[in-house]
Design a protein around this ligand. Structure first.
Ligand code: SAM
Length: 294
């Protein structure tokens, strides 16, 4: 084992190296500049627990060595992806935050349909879609909107994690994904296969997925111009500067009059003033102004 000072048991796990404050700071910086993830100053223990298995896998004896590997080794970029996978939460489920989805369906969708009636196309983006439940929820809502029958509608999902994107494409889900789903809806759109649930092909075909780091705002344009963006339960984990950059990117990606939906504990307070706040019956949402200010 390692000769360095500072080896001691952490938590209930096996003994291992302790992370020093300077090592924690360097790791925080490299993580934040890669994907915006904000790892708080009081989170050395969190970092230690999540990073230690990677140290062991790579046969390294200190967090400083690991940092140097991330920063300077040709394999560092791939390792950073692996590390971020361990630091992010992919928690999601169908029909999450249903009051917001109702506000979308009842108040926002009719406006979007009206605005898009000439081009007969509608594009929604779920940014930070995890395993796809949000994307498919939106596709189901669109499918149940008769006014869209002769529209070309698409829902695009993106996430920084290739693993969750691959799972989203497969469209097989376990029971926990349906904790907020009406059983009638589940039966209508999913087929049970060996205790898991497979989404109907006609809904799948309305959706597409891609890997995208939201800090790469330059790449947003590959999506096309969106009518609404759902970025729920993503920004709350990111630094203020990352949030500001992403929100600017969203603004540029929306049609005038397009909507931005955030998670219930997220807001644009101190992040951006470019969006209008719209108070709907059941929720408060953000809208890109129809006319740019002169
Ligand atoms: C908690 S899930 C939210 C899923 C879904 N939007 C929902 O509300 O149910 C957060 C997702 O954001 C993704 N994420 C975090 N940072 C990201 C970044 N910089 N770019 C793209 N996706 C990111 C994570 O990989 C994770 O899958």
């Amino acid at each position: 084992m390692n000769e360095r000072a500072g080896w001691s048991p952490v938590g209930v796990g096996a003994p291992g190296p302790r992370i020093r404050p300077d090592e924690a700071r360097l790791l925080r910086e490299i993580i934040e500049s890669y994907c915006g993830l904000h790892v708080g100053l009081d989170s050395a223990f969190f970092l230690e627990r999540r990073v230690r298995p990677r140290l062991e896998a790579l046969g390294m004896s200190s967090y400083g060595d690991y940092y140097h590997f991330l920063k300077y080794d040709p394999g560092g970029a791939a390792e950073l992806v692996e590390l971020v996978e361990r630091l992010t939460t992919h928690e999601t489920y169908f029909f999450r935050e249903s009051y917001q989805l109702e506000a979308f369906r009842e108040d926002v969708l009719p406006q979007l349909v009206e605005r898009a009636r000439r081009r007969k196309r509608l594009l929604l983006w779920s940014a930070g879609c995890s395993t796809g439940e949000e994307v498919y929820t939106l596709a189901i809502l669109l499918r149940e909107t008769p006014e869209l029958r002769d529209f070309r509608v698409r829902v695009v999902g993106s996430d920084i994690s290739r693993r969750v994107v691959a799972r989203a494409r497969q469209a097989y889900f376990g029971a926990s994904s349906f904790r907020a789903t009406d059983p009638v809806v589940r039966r209508r759109y999913f087929q049970e296969v060996d205790g898991r649930f497979r989404l109907r092909d006609d809904i799948r075909s309305m959706c597409s997925f891609g890997q995208l780091n939201l800090l790469d705002t330059e790449r947003y344009r590959i999506l096309g111009t969106c009518d609404a963006i759902f970025c729920r339960n993503v920004l709350m984990y990111l630094s203020k500067s990352a949030r500001a950059r992403i929100i600017d990117g969203f603004y540029d990606t929306l049609h005038p009059g397009g909507y931005l939906f955030l998670g219930h504990s997220e807001s644009l307070l101190h992040v951006s003033t470019r969006f209008e706040i719209v108070q709907l019956d059941k929720d408060l949402v953000y809208r890109k102004p129809s006319e740019e200010a002169p």
